[in-house]
Design a protein around this ligand. Structure first.
Ligand SMILES: [Zn+2]
Ligand SMILES: [Zn+2]
Length: 211
């Protein structure tokens, strides 16, 4: 009986210790993700990844038509990844990324980004994975397009929360800004920031109400 009690006490303290570690890591993630320094570094890392893949691809040789097609495919693939992560990960309250995105919805002008090292860590992993099926020439340019699109997404989203619609010079910009404003005003619609293609295809597009 005594042994059983001791085993239960050890098990409880191990669970408490594990819970405390998880809480500390979650807190650290939140502190990094909401910091201004991380926000700036995330842009720098995304740019560095796109530039590095472009540089390596251009020095590896190969047809420019293949390079251009790979670049476009990478950017197009990003548009779906952007939609999928935003819809199924960022709007899922149970995930840490969901918590972070909820903070963006509550305070849209406050800096929030995934830890800057996430691109630097995922870039070589993507490269390794994709070169198992495709040539390095194709993969270099596809990932250059992917990270360039990721950077464009970050810049566009930042501007959407920094410049007011009425201050925009072009109608297409006002329309794009308004589509994202609908996302912030209504649950479950307009997840695409760079394009509304996937929203239209997957039934989550909501048009902007005409005034
Ligand atoms: Zn959202
Ligand atoms: Zn937003």
């Amino acid at each position: 009986m005594q042994h059983l009690r001791q085993a239960r006490a050890t098990q409880t303290s191990a669970l408490e210790a594990r819970g405390a570690i998880v809480d500390s890591l979650r807190h650290l993630f939140r502190v990094i993700a909401l910091s201004r320094v991380n926000y700036g570094l995330a842009y720098a890392t995304d740019f560095a990844c796109a530039a590095a893949f472009g540089y390596l691809g251009s020095h590896a040789g190969g047809a420019w038509t293949v390079a251009l097609a790979s670049l476009c495919c990478g950017a197009f693939a990003f548009s779906f990844v952007e939609y999928a992560l935003h819809r199924w990960a960022f709007h899922s309250g149970s995930l840490l990324s969901g918590e972070l995105h909820a903070s963006h919805h509550h305070h849209p002008r406050r800096p929030s980004a995934l830890p800057f090292c996430s691109s630097a860590v995922s870039a070589p992993a993507f490269f390794w994975l994709l070169t198992q099926f495709m040539s390095a020439h194709v993969v270099h340019f596809a990932l250059c397009g992917f990270f360039a699109a990721y950077l464009s997404y970050g810049v566009l989203h930042h501007l959407q929360h920094s410049i007011r619609i009425k201050d925009l010079p072009f109608q297409w910009m006002r329309r794009k800004w308004a589509i994202h404003a609908v996302h912030h005003g209504r649950e479950g619609v307009n997840f695409g920031v760079t394009t509304s293609l996937w929203d239209r295809l997957l039934g989550t597009y909501r048009a902007v109400a005409k005034r």
